[in-house]
Write a protein of this length. Sequence first.
Lengths: 113, 112
Amino acid sequence: DGGITQSPKYLFRKEGQNVTLSCEQNLNHDAMYWYRQDPGQGLRLIYYSQIVNDFQKGDIAEGYSVSREKKESFPLTVTSAQKNPTAFYLCASNYRVGRDTQYFGPGTRLTVL
Amino acid sequence: EDQVTQSPEALRLQEGESSSLNCSYTVSGLRGLFWYRQDPGKGPEFLFTLYSAGEEKEKERLKATLTKKESFLHITAPKPEDSATYLCAVQVTGDRDDKIIFGKGTRLHILP
């Protein structure tokens, strides 16, 4: 089955720690995205990547970092510099940035203790 | 500034009671509009893409329509399993890359 997987489903972090969220897709999509979703707010774009070894900041990139070493993988690191990291994180992918339907993974809920 | 507004924020209907959800947008250079369904604690599930005014798409009890300023998601004779948050997103031209802007969603609750 083709799709997008995210792990872990739930993640707990102590203040001051960095954590990395995994996102893998086997849809042969070139573009991948990370969004943050908070209650009562729309999805907000953190980072996106069109090709391997290239990525761009979205609207709320501060306190986050990404890498794109493989086409299939786009991990997101939430650093200690992110002041309010508790949220639901969604990974998405499509063939070309901004050009066609995005498909989403199941999400990771991050809670800072 | 590009903006997407969904209304109402929440809607409670009796089973079988048809209604419509609205997605209005003020954007420059609309390239497409997307509807998604999202269940609690899960990722959004793609429903429809609309590209031009007058276009309509249907899937089971759902029908999406598009005008130059808004889109409607019509729900006919809904069932409790249609309860979810429905998200609207628009694809617009950007400075470097096209971008997708999401509305805040409409929480739909169908009562049995």
